[in-house]
Design a protein around this ligand. Sequence first.
Ligand SMILES: NC(=O)c1ccc[n+]([C@@H]2O[C@H](COP(=O)([O-])OP(=O)(O)OC[C@H]3O[C@@H](n4cnc5c(N)ncnc54)[C@H](OP(=O)(O)O)[C@@H]3O)[C@@H](O)[C@H]2O)c1
Length: 263
Amino acid sequence: MSTIVFLGGGRITSAILAGLRLGKSKHRLVVHDRNPDKLRDLKKRYAVAVEPDLLNAVQQADMLIVAVRPGSVRELLGMVGKVKRRSLAVSLAAGVPLRVLSREAGAPMRWARAMPSPVCRSGRGLTAVAFPRSLPRADRKRVHDLFSSFGQVVEIPESKFDAFTVTYSCSHGYHALATLARVGQEAGLDRNTALLASAHALADGIIAWRNGKLSLESLLEEAATPGGIAAATATAMDAAGYGRAVRQGVAAGLRRARANAGK
Ligand SMILES: NC(=O)c1ccc[n+]([C@@H]2O[C@H](COP(=O)([O-])OP(=O)(O)OC[C@H]3O[C@@H](n4cnc5c(N)ncnc54)[C@H](OP(=O)(O)O)[C@@H]3O)[C@@H](O)[C@H]2O)c1
């Protein structure tokens, strides 16, 4: 049984712990955070071990998961550098490159990056992983196995990580749901019916694409009869700049991810 130590006990750690619990993980799970109340809460909710002392936490790790916000990574790694143990470390920090992680840690860690989402709580998420060329196959497998215990895993080159991070956020779904439901309400539906209709419109279509053998183009063609209501709606949305709005949103996310690299 190996020990996985989470540095940072916030939102994504909580979601991963829920996913690991759902997948009946055999790992020993330890969380370190600077907030004792968060540690108490995680211990109660997920029956994990907690370690308020950073160096003690790092010393016991077979695998470290760095789950602090990008702006806190340097400070945290500066303190971890005192530890001599050469463990495998996986950073979840958006935008922070492998070269920065290796440089800031000082300690001889073997780094990988992973980008999960809070959907891993349900065991149905997706995680992208990126490895440096030098990372041994056995380490890659350990990272892959951990994240695939609560969802699908895709390996991508690190150069694509920011694009993946921005495209993949489950906030896209929540944002689209909130916007469509609000407009549905403005069109006359009560809030619950607007949310129900919008959730089915978005989720059912996507599930049909994921489960079926039909291409996105043919599904669109099936759902939007030429001259019909759905076609008129999509055409008006495109003309109003739907594609442009999404492009601008993704560009803003990419700029933020790149800024994280220099934090
Ligand atoms: N949330 C997501 O959906 C998601 C998805 C994928 C990847 N990520 C990545 O995961 C990382 C964490 O995100 P999050 O949303 O979970 O953030 P979060 O909720 O703010 O959790 C981070 C936790 O780490 C603690 N912390 C910060 N610096 C520390 C230090 N030096 N020593 C001990 N504890 C420290 C924070 O304490 P304070 O509150 O006192 O700062 C906080 O409790 C980020 O880098 C993010 O890019 C997040």
